[in-house]
Design a protein around this ligand. Structure first.
Ligand SMILES: [Zn+2]
Length: 332
């Protein structure tokens, strides 16, 4: 109950301050955050509630109750700027905006990488943490590129995705039901593009980071997707969007299978893993870009613990619908 009160008071303060600085041409009242801030896990945790490196806090922010573990002037979690994540933020010079929204993907406060030697990662230099959102069609496509040695985020790709085969009315209901609850439906409508275009831009991004060569095709270059089970989602979306399944989606690392084989425990989802590993969940669960950051924290934790990260599943290039699972014990 106490936690709920704290979360609510934080939301109302943020809402108040958002109103005062957002230019109406870009943001409408419907974007104002009704996001539910998940702070309960952090308050009881020994880990600080910090997710970004902002240099100062206003006195209004300092008045927000946060629990004893966080001092008033500490850096702390704040919502990602979802225009920035999609390379569309026009307020990068606006200090008020920068104070309110996170424009950094760093996972700085996470585990100390000192003891970690990356002995076990199958010669992978990068992990691409992927967390697709959307039950009927994909609505959000967030990817964090994690350096296997430093374990921090070195690049990101994030797009909201407009369904290909739905009426406007159905899309509006779908978005209201999913992102309306998080207060980000307006930014979704402002920015979402069709899956086909997302993939074109994603391939440009991967090429820029030397992760993929479009002319050669084939798998990723010294990198692997790290995800929670997109076995059928991407092929289905490709079918809906009438496009071929890209070659880099032919193999991946399923986090749940690695978790099961390493810790000898079944975890049905991200929340369970985070609870079991005592990692605070930050941001809005089921906002893909926040979930990728949380999944990246699980990845860091497992790397430090010494988990062996191997490809867990591979498609047959001649018949992509058949998947070979490389671990005997796996989450089905
Ligand atoms: Zn911004």
């Amino acid at each position: 109950m106490e936690v709920l009160k704290m979360a609510n008071s934080r939301v109302s303060l943020l809402r108040h301050s958002f109103n005062s600085f957002l230019p109406p041409s870009i943001f409408s009242p419907s974007i104002l955050p009704t996001r539910r801030f998940i702070v309960s896990a952090s308050i009881s945790s020994k880990e600080p509630l910090v997710d970004s490196i902002s240099s100062s806090s206003s006195s209004k922010e300092a008045a927000i109750p946060y629990g004893d573990s966080v001092k008033p002037n500490d850096d702390r979690w704040k919502p990602m700027c979802l225009y920035y994540t999609q390379e569309k933020c026009t307020l990068m010079e606006d200090s008020t905006h920068l104070q309110k929204f996170n424009h950094s993907f760093s996972l700085k406060h996470a585990l100390d990488a000192g003891g970690y030697k990356n002995k076990h990662s199958e010669h992978l230099d990068f992990f691409l943490v992927l967390d697709l959102e959307g039950k009927v069609e994909i609505l959000e496509f967030p990817v964090l590129m994690i350096d296997a040695k430093t374990m921090d985020v070195v690049a990101f790709f994030h797009r909201f995705v407009r369904p290909s085969e739905m009426s406007e009315e159905r899309i509006n209901q779908y978005i209201e039901g999913k992102y309306g609850k998080l207060g980000v439906d307006r930014v979704w409508h402002d920015t979402a593009i069709p899956f086909k275009e997302v993939i074109v831009q994603f391939e440009e991004w991967m090429t820029k980071h030397s992760l993929f060569n479009g002319e050669l095709g084939g798998p990723l270059n010294r990198a692997a997707f790290w995800e929670l089970g997109y076995k059928d989602k991407i092929p289905q979306q490709c079918q809906v969007a009438k496009m071929k399944l890209p070659s880099y989606f032919m193999e991946w690392i399923n986090l749940k299978d690695i978790y099961l084989n390493f810790y000898k425990r079944r975890a049905a989802g991200m929340r369970t893993m985070m609870n079991e590993l005592n990692i605070p969940m930050l941001g809005s669960h089921h906002l893909g870009i926040d979930d990728t950051k949380n999944i990246a924290r699980v990845l860091q934790h497992m790397l430090v613990d010494g988990a062996v990260l191997k490809i867990t599943a591979r498609r047959d290039p001649r018949s992509p619908q058949s998947v070979e699972f490389l671990f005997e014990n796996r989450i089905k």
